[in-house]
Design a protein around this ligand. Structure first.
Ligand code: PLP
Length: 364
C-alpha cells in the first residue's frame, strides 16, 4: 500500500476510504458554531466516524462529550482519553455490565436505561464495584425502538434511578430517528417538534416531582436546527454531519455541510463501452440507503455492487479503461466506515496521515 505522507490521492492504492481534512474541519466547526449560537451543548455521536482522533477534533471545537452506541465504542473512546461518554443504548448483559463498571471506575460514563429491572441490575453492580454510574432515562419519543413511554412510565423510572444506590440520575434522552430524514423541511419540523414536546414535557414532569433533570439529550444531523433551538433540550447527539453522506446531503438537503468522506476505487475491467467494473464492492461500500454516488469521472453511474466489484454504467461519460480512478461518495457514512480499517487523511489532495478507525466492528 502506497501510504507515504505526501502521496497524491490519485496514486493511493485502492479501495481507499479518504477524508478531506479541510472539509471535515469545516463541518465540525459549522456544527459547533450552530450549537453555540443556539445555546445548546454538543455531544457528537461517534458511531459515525468511530475515530478517537475525530472525536478529539469535535471536543476541541467545543463539544463537551461524546455519544457512543456500544460499550466497545465507549471503551475505545475512553482509552483515547475521553472522559464524558454517553452510551445511548441499554447495557443489559452481565458481561457488558461488568465492562461498564470498569469504565465507570475511570471515566464519567453515562448510560441509557428504560426498564426497572435494568436499573436494579446496574445499581447492584455499581454498589458491588464501589462506583457511581450516571444514567439517563431513555424516552421513546416516537421512533418505536428503545425507551420508556413518555410521562408516567418515564417518571417512575427516573424516580427509581434517582433513589437507587450506586446510580446518579442525570436526566432524559430521546432520539427522533423517525424524523431526521424527512425530506420536506416543514414536515420534518412538525414531526420533530411533536417528538420534542414529549421529551421536554417528560423532563418537566420529573422536575415537578422534585427530581433534578440536568441533561435533556436528543437530536440527529437532520434535526439539529430544530432540536438545538427547542427550549429545554440541553445537548445534541448529532453524528453524521462530520463526514456526511449522500443520504443527508442529497436526499435530506443538509447542504450547509459537505462531503468529507469519499472512497477511491480503480477500474479493473470494462465490458464494451457501456460497462466498467471497479475494485470496490459490497465489502467496501454499503447500500442500505441506496447506491453510493459516483462523482468522478462524470457521466458514469454506480449501478451494482457484488462482493469485490462495483458495477458502473455509462451515462454519456468518456470511455473508461482498466487502471482509471473513480471517486464514490457513500450513501450511509456510519455503515460504510465500519467496513474499513483506516482513513486516508488528505489535505489539498495529498496524504497527511493514516488514522485507524479504532471503533469499527465494536458491536459488542
Ligand atoms: C441514539 C442516537 N442518537 C443520535 C444519532 C445521530 O444521528 P445522525 O447520524 O443522524 O446525526 C443516532 C443515529 O442513529 C442515534 O441512534
Amino acid at each position: 500500500m502506497n501510504s507515504a505522507i505526501g502521496t497524491p490521492k490519485e496514486v493511493l492504492d485502492t479501495p481507499a476510504l479518504c477524508i478531506d481534512l479541510d472539509v471535515l474541519e469545516a463541518n465540525i466547526m459549522y456544527m459547533a458554531q450552530a450549537a453555540h449560537s443556539m445555546g445548546v451543548g454538543l455531544r457528537p455521536h461517534s458511531k459515525t466516524h468511530k475515530s478517537p482522533a475525530i472525536a478529539h477534533m469535535q471536543l476541541a471545537a467545543g463539544a463537551h462529550g461524546v455519544t457512543c452506541a456500544k460499550i466497545g465504542e465507549a471503551e475505545v473512546m475512553a482509552r483515547a482519553g475521553i472522559r464524558d461518554i454517553l452510551i445511548a443504548n441499554q447495557i443489559v448483559t452481565k458481561d457488558k455490565i461488568a465492562r461498564l463498571m470498569g469504565l465507570a471506575a475511570y471515566t464519567d460514563v453515562m448510560v441509557a436505561v428504560d426498564t426497572a429491572g435494568n436499573i436494579a441490575d446496574l445499581s447492584a453492580a455499581a454498589e458491588a464495584h464501589g462506583v457511581t454510574l450516571r444514567v439517563l432515562v431513555e424516552v421513546d419519543i416516537g421512533l418505536g425502538r428503545c425507551g420508556a413511554m413518555p410521562g408516567e412510565d418515564s417518571l417512575a423510572l427516573a424516580r427509581l434511578a434517582h433513589e437507587s444506590k450506586g446510580l446518579r440520575f442525570e436526566g432524559v434522552m430521546g432520539y427522533e430517528g423517525h424524523t431526521v430524514m424527512i425530506a420536506d423541511e416543514d414536515e420534518r419540523r412538525r414531526a420533530t417538534e411533536a417528538s420534542l414536546m414529549l421529551l421536554t414535557g417528560t423532563a418537566d414532569w420529573v422536575r415537578s416531582a422534585g427530581i433534578d433533570v440536568k441533561i435533556v439529550s436528543s437530536g440527529g444531523t437532520g434535526t439539529y436546527k430544530i432540536t438545538g433551538a427547542w427550549p429545554g433540550v440541553t445537548e445534541l447527539q448529532v453524528g453524521s454531519y462530520g463526514t456526511m453522506d449522500v443520504q443527508y446531503y442529497e436526499n435530506v438537503g443538509m447542504k450547509e455541510f459537505n462531503y468529507a468522506l469519499t472512497l477511491a476505487a480503480t477500474v479493473v475491467g470494462v465490458k464494451g463501452s457501456e460497462r466498467a467494473i471497479t475494485d470496490a464492492g459490497i465489502k467496501s461500500l454499503t447500500k442500505d440507503f441506496g447506491w453510493p454516488l459516483l462523482i468522478d469521472p462524470p457521466g458514469w453511474e454506480l449501478t451494482g455492487l457484488s462482493e469485490e466489484h462495483g458495477w458502473l454504467t455509462r451515462r454519456g461519460g468518456a470511455a473508461l479503461r482498466p487502471g482509471d480512478r473513480v471517486t464514490v461518495v457513500p450513501t450511509h457514512g456510519c455503515t460504510t466506515i465500519n467496513l474499513h480499517d483506516e482513513y486516508h487523511v488528505l489535505r489539498d489532495g495529498r496524504l497527511v496521515g493514516v488514522w485507524p478507525i479504532a471503533a469499527r466492528g465494536k458491536v459488542r
